[in-house]
Design a protein around this ligand. Structure first.
Ligand SMILES: [Zn+2]
Length: 241
């Protein structure tokens, strides 16, 4: 296998000659396991992506200032672009990287098992603003700024509503439903529509009219500095409580 890791802390490490046993995701953490009991751990952060392209095709070369990893077999090459984190750990130690995370909202067993645990963690946050709790990866893993905003819009919740005054189960399942639909779509979408400019109701639309009520969409800050993140909302559909 071709193996290039362009990340200072793992300089010199290689997976040449090894075989990928499988890759699994937990939130935005990806774990690629090799047959020598090592795991490549990568995190997508905001912009990261793994492209899988035929070996020999132009993109398989792995050119580009932001390409962080290239793994290739005779047939396929995976190119990790704009990855937010990259390290190599013993496969047996994977849990130490995600042990603090809440249940993965996209996991198949989330409705049956994960949700109950997430609700317990949610309750521990008390009156913390609901947007902040939705984004808290130790409550549920996998919800980012887009699906936090879009779920709150769907449930007509002001982003700073105290979390203990919201229907957490319905809200988390709404986030999951929107994300599952997006994963299944041809390209990411929070609305079910894939046309440019139609993929969100509120996220990235500050200053534009709400499609439901016509109010001007606004953007505020969820979480406190230095961890603040933009959160978009419609003041008409999501009135302050
Ligand atoms: Zn509205």
């Amino acid at each position: 296998m071709r193996s290039e890791l362009r990340w200072p802390s793992v300089a010199g490490l290689t997976f040449e000659g090894r075989t990928v046993v499988g890759t699994h995701a937990y939130g935005k953490h990806l774990f690629t396991r090799f047959d020598d009991e090592r795991t490549l751990h990568t995190h997508l952060r905001m912009e990261g992506v793994w492209w899988v392209v035929p070996t020999g095709s132009p993109r398989a070369v792995g050119r580009g200032a932001f390409v962080r990893a290239v793994l290739g077999s005779d047939e396929w090459t995976a190119v990790g672009d704009r990855l937010g984190m990259l390290d190599v750990v013993p496969t047996g130690a994977e849990h130490t990287l995600i042990g603090h995370l809440g249940p993965d909202v996209l996991a198949a067993d989330f409705p049956a098992d994960g949700l109950a645990e997430a609700l317990g963690r949610w309750a521990d946050r008390g009156p913390t603003p609901v947007a902040e709790v939705l984004l808290d990866q130790t409550v549920t893993a996998g919800i980012g700024t887009i699906y936090a905003a879009e779920s709150l819009f769907a449930r007509r919740l002001w982003p700073w509503t105290p979390a203990d005054r919201t229907d957490a189960a319905t809200l988390l399942m709404t986030a999951r439903t929107l994300m599952v639909r997006s994963v299944a779509a041809a390209s990411p979408t929070a609305t079910g529509e894939t046309a440019r400019g139609r993929t969100t109701q509120v996220h990235g639309r500050s200053g534009q009219p709400c499609r439901r009520c016509g109010s001007v969409i606004r953007v505020g800050q969820a979480r406190r500095p230095p961890m603040q993140r933009p959160i978009f909302y419609c003041p008409g559909c999501q009135p302050q409580v």
